[in-house]
Design a protein around this ligand. Sequence first.
Ligand SMILES: Cc1ncc(COP(=O)(O)O)c(C=O)c1O
Length: 440
Amino acid sequence: MSTAPLNPLAQAANDALQKDCPVVLGLLAERGKRFFFPAKGILAQGAEAKQKATFANATVGIATENGAPMHLGVVSKYFTGLTPGEIYDYAPSYGKPDVRAAWAKKQRAETPSLGNHPVSNPVVTNALTHGLGLVGDLFLDPGDAVLSADLLWENYNLCWETRLEARFDYFPFFDEKLTGFNLPGFKAGLKRHRGTKLLVALNFPNNPSGYTPTRAEASAIVAALTEEAVAGTRLVVCVDDAYYGMFYQADCQTESVFGALALASENLLAIKVDGGTKEAFIWGLRVGFLTFGVKNGTPAAYKALEDKTAGLIRAYVSNISNPGQSVVLKALNDPEFRGQQAEKVATLQKRAAVTSAECRKAAYADCWDVYPFNSGYFMCLRLKGVDADAVRVRLLADHGVGTIALGKTDLRVAFSCLTEAQIPGVFNATAAAVRAVRGA
Ligand SMILES: Cc1ncc(COP(=O)(O)O)c(C=O)c1O
């Protein structure tokens, strides 16, 4: 426990949470309780000057010329369609207000379960990895429990276990017969932590399996979490929507479970981690969002959470790429955005269909089982009787095919970066590699 005195602004944010959402205050880690946004510091003085300094503004930590940020031709020649202010100036630590508003509008349109229930304004993050890191910074003390599927993006471990010393507990993502989401396993996992504070990580479409729960499964997941919250477990549910929108089968749950969870219980804080990375195909631009929702959440409580998040951003990286945010805003407001996005998703959907047919060929039945997949970028094979990494190495060396080995038996194939023509060869080569390793 820190002995440093609590800043009055942190105290004020904690008081707001205590008054309106006391469970959420209790969910915060010690670091989360200590954090605040330095609203009376340089940034606030600068913001005040921006509005009132009619003669000269000597507050800003950039250089200006001709009323715009100073810049070099060798840099500006790479940008078209953005003003110097949209490229070079600093963005606020919370993110640019218009980008936040546009993303909030998009989220609400895609999440009808929310109705008019208030959620926080999204805070801009350096894409989703940073969002996950901030969730950990706010809510995980060393030793705190995280419940996750056993099929997960490995960076979760680096972020929350290695960096923040949380304790992971896993449930098997699929049932034994690999038909779908393992609801009994999920419920048993929740039950192991009944009555305590628990962070639950949900990621649909899932990396690495490429699975999104069906509508019935998603309702059951929400019901299980709600039941647990009502039974007294204090939950932070982190909803990682990295691959949102990439759904290829009719029974996929196409609305984020964040919507239903944000209204579920005062004992359940839902956090949506999403962004442009995969949804807008802008991996390297680094623009993501963190949004909070809790039953009976109030503007004051959400403001406290947004301030703490922006304070952490200020402390680590100060603010997020301005050109990245400017491009996301322009794309969201472009009437062609939805159509272009749908075209790319349709391309991925065709690759998923070819993958599904190829990997399930009877000729490969001795080599692997296929984990269910219906969305996202990936699919996974559960190899039979061979070590996954040995197969990966052989596949690369003998056939020039790159895949990812996960654990002892699983091989992840990113069909998102294969042409339809390449897909049959990839599975043919994988089967050959499996048999070669067996024979070795
Ligand atoms: C499930 C999941 N969450 C988050 C991320 C991180 O994405 P970003 O590039 O936005 O940090 C990834 C990236 O692969 C992912 O697969």
